[in-house]
Design a protein around this ligand. Sequence first.
Ligand code: MSP
Length: 635
Amino acid sequence: MPRPFYVTTPIYYVNDKPHIGHAYTTIAADLLARFHRLAGRDSFFLTGTDEHGSKVAEAAAEAGVSEIEFCDRTVQTFQQAWKNLDIANDDFIRTTSERHEKAVWKILDAMRAAKTADGRDVVYSDYYEGLYCTGCEKFLTEKELVDGLCPDHLKAPEKLKEKNYFFRLSAFLPLLKEKIESEEMLILPQERRREVLGLFNQDLPDFSLSRERVKWGIPLSFDESQVAYVWVDALSNYISAIGYADDPDKFDKWWLGGEVVHLMAKDILKFHCLYWPAMLMAAGVKTPDTIFLHGFFTVDGQKMSKSLGAKIDPNDMVTEFGADGTRYLLLTQYPFGIDGDIQASRFVTQYNSDLANALGNLVSRVVKMVMVNFDGRLPEPPNGLAGFQELFEKAERLPNAAHEHINHFRIGKAIGEAMTMVRAANKFFNDLAPWKLAKEGRTNELGGVLYACCEILRIVSVVLFPVMPSKMRQLRSVLSLGDDTLTLDNAREFFNLEPGTEIRIDEPVFPRLKTSPRKESPVETEDDGLLDISEFARADMRVAKVLEAEAVEGADKLLKLQIDLGKEKRQIVAGIAKHYTPEKITGMSIIVVTNLKPVTIRGVDSQGMLLAVTKGKKLVLVIPDGDLPPGATIS
Ligand code: MSP
């Protein structure tokens, strides 16, 4: 039996409203827990709220209510947002709860009882003086300030001196480093692991476990003049929720016996990769197995910080795209793990292209043909259809490939595999033109095509279930499938659907969204496979002038071109070497699609694609008519 899987998100500050940054991590954690569960693993998914600290006290005072009233109120906005997004967390931890308080006392007691290898106390009392930013809830170093201000909050920090209990971090650093190097505690992605290892070369002073000035916190059991430092309080949530202080069996199962995975963005790396494991080591508790720090994203190029910049309310996204559409869109904007930018203006087009067209339309077309031609009963499996073998080989690989990606936190790739499968099924359907088979009365072949597509949809409905649970349930009910077969094992089987099963659709699974104006309710239209103008308009095509051209070493078809796009110069690689010599193409005006993802072809970076026409075996460049300047847009 695989180890139980325990996944956490950061607990979010209650003085902020939920935004899509919080939603991103929470959806990702939900997806991981659901996927592992599909694969037969016992999974537990924890999220919650971070409710103590001076920032919360300030926000409560501003709102004219007590701290706890303020927390009770904002916690609901998080819980409601997660409900709206179909987040199936197994527990929700609040740092103001009694079980949490007990766990904080317990871990502090354990740390206080601990001695270092050379017999010193791990926890000691001392004075701390520093520059404190109430926005960050932390002391800042001079180096971190920009023009004397906290760069995140644009406020000058206050100079504070107070008595604190300190944690002797230095005593744990060598062993902690070893754990990270040996991957006993795995930090991912590798770039973040390197960043953490780099921290060991810097000065890493002991940190305070308590605060004297802050009043809104958990009072120390051994000194009521102090409250637990908000990060010590917050980090303990990962164990308080699973019974560290009050349910040893539960704690054994999920923490000691489970694979513990902390998910978050890279903003809170130091607390999670250094302080937290060191605290656990001091308290004699196992360190987490994996810490995955995904990227930080901007919205339309703007930073989404705690108190500045652009924010999108996930509830608004749910209104527009549904819970499943929102989950899908947020997780497919850029690879999980790296930084990215989210452009909300592209959501509708992508929704329509991926979900309404590729997936939803396949479902509608296949099922309607089963209803019309086979009286809504699933026909017999195919027998020697063109392209079928190839399609099934792909389908056979899908569950394991997606599982493997999920095991390595490659969420976008897992989703991408399923969508590639959907596109392959669309191609198979179009290539075999079942509408013609129906007209010609070739019932066996027609049935085979439809059966094959239903099987692909069954497999896809399992793999995409963790991303879009409710839509995939809807799709499964079209195929008369329930939750009993909602397992990865089931997806690995073939010809699993019983011929004769009732197949019916009453409404499209993914109704197309109107592209403009935005924020209208979904409308149901039949898809004709044509592009919307807005979809086409996403391609940015411009006139470019070729400045230089040269052959790409070892590739006789490729030319490397330096092009002038008016405002910028770029390099592209084009497969035209057999048709244009470098001399001939240099100086020509051509047309280039400029907003494609950069690729590397034969080791050469290419940032764009030129347009050409195939004429028999020849390739002819598309050139602008007249003397158009570089950078002119093709509209
Ligand atoms: N309360 C602390 C965490 C304590 S955990 C023991 C905190 N809270 S937070 O509300 O600021 O949440 C930070 C987390 O929200 C990030 O680590 C990330 O998971 C998520 N994100 C917030 N903004 C984000 C982006 N712009 N991009 C990606 N994730 C984002 O820090």
